[in-house]
Design a protein around this ligand. Structure first.
Ligand code: CA
Length: 233
């Protein structure tokens, strides 16, 4: 496999190269977050081993940019120090496929890499998301409903992707805000504006609304048998 290691601990990087190259794998390494993001976006790796604490751009922010701005779904295993773990769990939701706490045994990393690769292959690198007659192509970023192309701002498209992946489940406001703004949501209720716009585009001219507000919980994207019920904000 072709592996990218983004890690500023050079001794650990050297160990990873020794171990994985001896097993026939090809590795690239980046010593900081910006270099790592550049490599991850410009090349197609089978998997990425990503350190949490990195100079220039930390692992979590790198992952957010990789998933949401670059739209890359390369499997990622996050490395973190054990004492950092508690407040990092939420970060893994933002797109890591697995994580390991340091120090770890190299065979364990190998097993976990094989597992995320198998999982990714099993999902067939899902390229098109579909809910009812609404489609989002993750490759071309085209959105359509009933065959008609829809024009969405990037922020709305990101929200749509999260809602489509979760459908028919409810997605909390906090998770949607994290999708767009990471740890620093704006003071104003911008999420509501984006959701208003998303609903306007997706449900305009359709007899079947798909975007639904769930009071005091969040939003969901689904075709509901009873038309939704809840008043939409
Ligand atoms: Ca580090």
């Amino acid at each position: 496999m072709k592996l990218l290691v983004i890690e500023d601990n050079q001794a650990l990087v050297a160990n990873l190269f020794d171990y994985f190259e001896a097993r026939g794998h090809v590795l690239d390494a980046a010593p900081d977050g910006l270099t790592g993001l550049h490599l991850a976006v410009c090349h197609d790796y089978d998997a990425i081993v990503l350190d949490w604490g990195l100079p220039r751009l930390d692992g979590r922010e790198l992952l957010r940019k990789l998933r949401q701005e670059a739209g890359k779904d390369t499997p990622v295993i996050m490395l973190t120090a054990r004492d950092e773990l508690a407040d990092k769990i939420s970060g893994f939701r933002s797109g890591a496929d697995d994580y390991l706490t340091k120090p770890f045994a190299l065979p364990e990393l190998e097993v976990r890499l094989e597992a995320v690769l198998a999982r990714a292959a099993g999902q067939g690198r899902q390229r098109v998301l579909q809910v009812d007659d609404l489609r989002l192509d993750l490759g071309t970023l085209e959105v359509s409903r009933g065959g008609a192309t829809l024009r969405l701002y990037p922020a709305c498209r990101k929200l749509l992707e999260v809602l489509m992946r979760a459908s028919p489940d409810v997605v909390s406001r906090a998770r949607l805000e994290e999708t767009l703004w990471g740890d620093s949501p704006p003071d104003t209720d911008l999420l509501r504006s984006h959701m208003y716009e998303l609903r306007r585009v997706v449900d305009a001219g359709s007899a079947t609304p798909l975007v639904h507000t769930v009071p005091r919980a969040g939003y969901r994207l689904a075709r509901l048998a009873d038309g939704g019920g809840a008043a939409d904000a």
